[in-house]
Design a protein around this ligand. Structure first.
Ligand code: NCD
Length: 306
């Protein structure tokens, strides 16, 4: 039974397969209405979420299945001291698949080692967020018509932003992809990621302003400064408004550049950008639901047996 802990758990063929299934769901939603009839998804959210949890739940309901779970650590037995391993065994008795968000890196992995049903990582600490990456890939594929030969700018909190880590992992497997990492020195991508890019010979650059690279980008992936992962509030306040994308800065961008953001947005994209046809972040939310439908139905079909 396969779980999804990291985007690297999926081969390129599997990624492409999920994207193709999501596109088929968009084209023929009626064909999937009973795909997960009588199946149950448990959502175990130990950290705040609006989109991801509701997106998983909406996805399962649209597949004809049902959902159960909790939306905060306080309302689960974790508050009584239950381990992740035990919780995973318990939930396996109630549900056919589970999605877990947790503030600790690796918690969904521990769950997947102890569960007897597939576990999906719905975001763990500052580590990974593979289903957000699937939403990002579907959006890029639909908007740009390809996942290869793209220059991708990632901007903001590249240190703590788990969506960035997963997206780099996925896109670095497509040919002709080049990364431009835009951050203040304090919020650079962790060294284990840049080291891997260097080892694999994948082109990347680290810069400090978006203006200097804007004309080159095919995709601009904006991120929020991750307040909850800072040790010290003064650093957060100093760094939080480093980047604010506005219509003026977009003047030098390509006419077909796609602007993505995993959301929630704080200040890093002016609301004036929302009306720009290049703004894809709300479409990205919609795509998240389709691709989670593709993932849940594929995992429950047992296509990915290991
Ligand atoms: C992201 C996350 O939780 O990492 N949100 C999401 O799931 N779309 C990004 C963020 O919180 O900044």
């Amino acid at each position: 039974m396969k779980s999804l802990n990291s985007i690297l758990d999926l081969g390129v063929d599997e990624l492409d397969g999920l994207i193709a299934t999501a596109k088929d769901i968009i084209a023929h939603p009626e064909a999937y209405r009973e795909s997960c009839k009588y199946k149950k998804l448990a959502t175990l959210f130990y950290e705040p979420s609006t989109r991801t949890r509701l997106s998983f739940e909406a996805a399962m309901l649209e597949l004809g299945g049902s959902v159960l779970g909790f939306a905060s650590a306080n309302s689960s037995s974790a508050s009584k001291g239950e381990s992740m391993a035990d919780t995973a065994k318990i939930i396996s008795c109630y549900a056919d698949i589970m999605a877990i968000r947790h503030p600790m890196d690796g918690a969904p992995f521990v769950a997947s080692r102890n569960a007897s049903v597939p576990v999906i990582n719905a975001g763990d600490g500052m580590h990974n967020h593979p289903t957000q990456t699937l939403a990002d890939l579907l959006t890029i594929s639909r908007e740009m018509g390809r996942l290869h030969d793209l220059t991708i700018g990632l901007c903001g909190d590249l240190k703590f932003g788990r969506t960035v880590h997963s997206l780099i992992g996925a896109m670095s497997r497509y040919p002709g992809v080049e990364f431009v990492l835009i951050s203040p020195p304090e919020l650079r991508v962790p060294a284990y990621i840049t080291q891997k890019l260097a080892d694999d010979g994948i082109p990347f650059r680290e810069v400090e302003t978006m203006e200097e690279v804007m004309p080159e980008l095919d995709v601009l992936y904006m991120t929020r400064v991750q307040k909850e992962r800072f040790f010290n509030e003064a650093d957060y306040i100093r760094l939080k408004d480093t980047y604010i994308l506005d219509p003026d800065k977009l003047k030098t961008a390509k006419p077909d550049m796609a602007i993505l953001h995993p959301l929630p947005r704080v200040n890093e994209i002016s609301t004036k950008v929302d009306a720009d046809p290049r703004a894809m972040y709300f479409e990205q939310v919609r795509n998240g639901r389709f691709v989670r439908m593709a993932l849940i139905s594929t995992l429950l079909e047992g296509l990915y047996e290991d």
